[in-house]
Design a protein around this ligand. Structure first.
Ligand code: PDD
Length: 291
């Protein structure tokens, strides 16, 4: 079996009730996460040993598990305990925790098996967002959203997102912004915002997109810095004519898009509204680290 990747071998992970080095962690090939992508996940950032909005991440995990009818293996207090322990073992610094729950190991058959779920949790150092991306912004392309219809579930079945993101990377872009019938949904692994006539617009929560924890924080921070916010359907043409476009996620925080397909967004530099929200986001992280 392949060894852990360089640099990560000594990371302590949690697998099926035990803490162990990543290099020793083994999952059965008949795990339904492997065979069917029959699993849900979370990515939770932590700054200076403090999780960002852990309760919101755990609430979303509970929601995903309920939607796909995988029994929740732990009560909320136990999740909290496990995640705190793993972060302590990981040591200080910023981290991002990947957590996955699959339906478990069983002979291959579409029908739900009667077996315990597989739980895997892995910490990684959280790479700071590069200065180039903060100051220069990102390039994005637009594509039809070809994923399934249950995007509110944080499912590990991500082949659609992987193929779409790769289309962006192959064209030298950073992210793909998706739309269904010319209504913007989200990015391959980000939520989308547009600044239109001074208002921050983002599509409302629905089964067409994942309700990002960062998205909700960005909306709160935008309101705090006195930007009007609107959760409403966002047309592709509106996006293409927006003064600013932003993307958010747990690992990318909030970044400006400065080029959409072949066209510059605004003057091709991250905009002033984005800068206010980005500053507020950095202050939010600093408060978290100081706790
Ligand atoms: N992805 N939409 C999709 C499809 C995502 O995969 C993600 C995050 C988001 C943003 O959610 P949040 O703000 O809670 O991170 C929106 C994670 C980071 C990933 O798959 O690595």
């Amino acid at each position: 079996m392949a060894n852990a990747l360089p640099g990560e071998a000594d990371t302590t992970v949690f697998l099926d009730g035990a803490f162990l080095p990543l290099s020793q962690a083994r999952v059965h090939p008949l795990d339904r996460g492997f065979i069917y992508g029959d699993a849900v996940y979370e990515v939770i950032p932590a700054y200076g040993g403090h999780y960002l909005r852990l309760d919101a991440h755990l609430a979303r995990l509970e929601h995903s598990l309920a939607e796909v009818r995988i029994g929740n293996p732990y009560p909320r207090a136990q999740w909290n305990h496990l995640l705190t322990e793993l972060l302590d073992r990981h040591g200080g610094g910023d981290a991002s925790i990947y957590l996955q729950v699959s339906r478990g190991v069983a002979p291959r058959d579409h029908a739900f098996p009667d077996c315990p779920p597989t739980v895997f949790i892995m910490p990684r150092p959280l790479q700071p967002v590069s200065e180039k991306q903060v100051d220069g912004g990102l390039k994005a392309i637009c594509r039809e959203d070809i994923r399934w219809h249950w995007c509110q579930i944080k499912s590990t079945s991500l082949q659609g997102a992987v193929l779409l993101r790769q289309q962006a990377l192959d064209l030298g872009a950073d992210e793909v912004i998706l739309h269904r019938d010319r209504w913007v949904t989200e990015g391959a692994a980000t939520n989308v915002f547009a600044v239109i006539s001074g208002s921050v617009v983002t599509p409302p929560p629905s089964h067409w997109l994942l309700q990002g924890i960062t998205r909700d924080l960005v909306l709160e921070l935008a309101a705090q810095v006195d930007l009007p916010v609107a959760e409403r359907p966002l047309g592709l043409e509106e996006l293409q004519g927006a003064d600013e476009i932003w993307l958010s996620s747990s690992t990318k925080e909030v970044l400006a898009v400065t080029q959409l397909d072949a066209t510059l967004v605004g003057n091709g530099r991250p905009g002033p509204a984005w800068r206010r929200v980005w500053n507020a986001y950095q202050a939010f992280k600093a408060d978290l680290r100081a706790q």
